[in-house]
Design a protein around this ligand. Sequence first.
Ligand code: R5P
Length: 292
Amino acid sequence: MPDVDDLKEGKKYYSDTPQKAEGFFLKGSNSLEWGMKDRLARIFNPVSGNTVMLAFDHGYLMGPTSGLERMDLTIVPLIEYADCIMCTRGALRTIVPPTAGKPVSLRYSSGTTVLTELNDECLMDIEEAARLNASLLAVMVAVGDRFEAATIRNLTRTVDLGTRYGIPTLGVTAVGKDMARDARYLSMASRVCAENGAHVVKTYYCEGFEQVTSTCPVPIVLAGGKKLPELDALTMAYNAIDQGANGVDMGRNIFQAGDPIAMIQAVKAVVHDREKPDKAFELYNTLKEERK
Ligand code: R5P
């Protein structure tokens, strides 16, 4: 109970200064409620409008893939450079220090591995995501796949559950062996995610990528895909940002790079400062040399 003995009536009304009605910096997010916006503003830098998410959730379907054999040694040193980390609850509880202070894009759907058939997935409890302080719920959406309906149901359910707690949903567009990676398909997959309530969509780069970003009403983050030479990966990230992406959600092209710590800093220069690919590659080489 506060001391009420000396309460004075307030008189500073500033009647000549109207209260500002500020918009929110992220596309398609202005009508969200406060908790969602707060979480998104931790993931996306309000100055550049973009994010560098470090993805290391691959083990949930691939096991100990190259670069992720010992995440305590290879991933933990990268976390300080990321704007957000994307991982499973297993990785979070076992190797990510709770003191890292980074927003978490939590792998929220899971089911099968590369040994059987992908995309036959289920969801975790929303209370578990809240316990883990997730800032984003990442769900696989496989448009055109045998499990299309199940994955869209998963997305819909995740948006419903996340909305109860103010946690936004990331629709991850899956690309299977038989699915094209062209602008027509990726535009459709991304739009399906957004129309079903995803607050952010993760998809792949393709020829005509502007079609994908411009027809998706929420921010798109670029999935890195298979390992490329460092200059090619930086060029892809540059082109994606230039063509309307709001960042990257990149794994192998960072943690499998010749020098992952130099690479994540070069990617950040592209994503936040719009550094040209050749300059970012120079930065990569300089940082790599300095660290020898
Ligand atoms: C795919 O669904 C996984 O969630 C990965 O996080 C994603 O593919 C990004 O990793 P990479 O850049 O290695 O493709």
